[in-house]
Ligand binder design. Structure first.
Ligand code: ADP
Ligand code: MG
Length: 223
């Protein structure tokens, strides 16, 4: 089990009101699984991804990631684990506009002080089929190509888990299919992948699916 979460609760205080974003989530994910998280806007999907990705703590509950209880770790330790184990992909790609594709991809390695950043970034771009676009800036790439760059960036530290929050939300259907195929092949190569999606077709390609409503998991299938 690479992810074991029990009773995750997360509340946001907004002035005098409290929003319950997660209301007791239990979830396990096996190593090598591809999990789809679906649910209406506001159901708590991104909040769950932030906690699973060690960007944030739950207020209560227990989270064991790759055998380590990370529920109570301080920010620095949490960041260390995040940098080592998690790759993130976002709907809006989150690339730096002034850097070319290669520089965007190598950035996490530079932050972490890894050697051979340039060479590894080239390999990651090859993995996503963009070896010939290394010196294009984001504005010189299509949406699908930008998302490929973001995926290459997420792969560069060789994380065990990829977390993708609506990765095809800004792409047309065909491009979204291509991005999904890339995730499927990364998963086939052994990577654990969690995808938040509104799209039924995408969820249907994942062997493990959970649906959220009002901060809870209301249905789960594993096949
Ligand atoms: P989803 O990704 O499914 O759309 P979110 O996890 O983003 O849902 O949000 C769940 C609930 O928590 C929503 O009601 C949202 O408004 C609220 N929420 C999320 N992030 C914050 C925040 N930083 N501050 C206050 N409320 C938040
Ligand atoms: Mg969201």
């Amino acid at each position: 089990m690479i992810i074991e979460a029990q009773g995750l609760v997360k509340q946001y205080r907004m002035g005098s009101t409290t929003v319950v974003a997660l209301d007791g989530v239990d979830l396990t994910v096996e190593q090598g699984e591809m999990l789809a998280v679906t649910g209406a806007s506001g159901s708590g999907k991104s909040t769950l991804m932030h906690i699973l990705g060690c960007l944030d703590h739950a207020d209560s509950g227990r989270y064991v990631l790759a055998g380590e209880d990370v529920s109570r770790l301080d920010g620095n330790r949490l960041a260390e684990i995040r940098n080592r184990r998690i790759g993130f992909i976002f709907q809006t790609f989150n690339l730096l506009p002034r850097l070319d594709a290669l520089e965007n991809v190598e950035l996490p390695l530079l932050y972490a002080g890894f050697p051979h950043a340039k060479q590894r970034a080239r390999e990651a771009l090859d993995t996503v089929g963009l070896g010939d676009r290394a010196h294009h800036r984001p504005s010189e790439l299509s949406g699908g190509q930008r998302q490929r760059v973001a995926i290459a960036r997420s792969l560069i530290t060789d994380p065990a888990i990829l977390l993708a929050d609506e990765p095809t939300g800004n792409l047309d259907t065909r491009t979204g299919e291509e991005i999904l195929s890339l995730f499927v092949s990364l998963n086939a190569a052994g990577r654990t992948i969690i995808i938040v999606t509104h799209e039924h077709d995408i969820a249907a390609r994942c062997q493990h699916q959970v649906a959220m409503r009002d901060g809870r998991i209301v249905s789960e299938t594993r096949g």
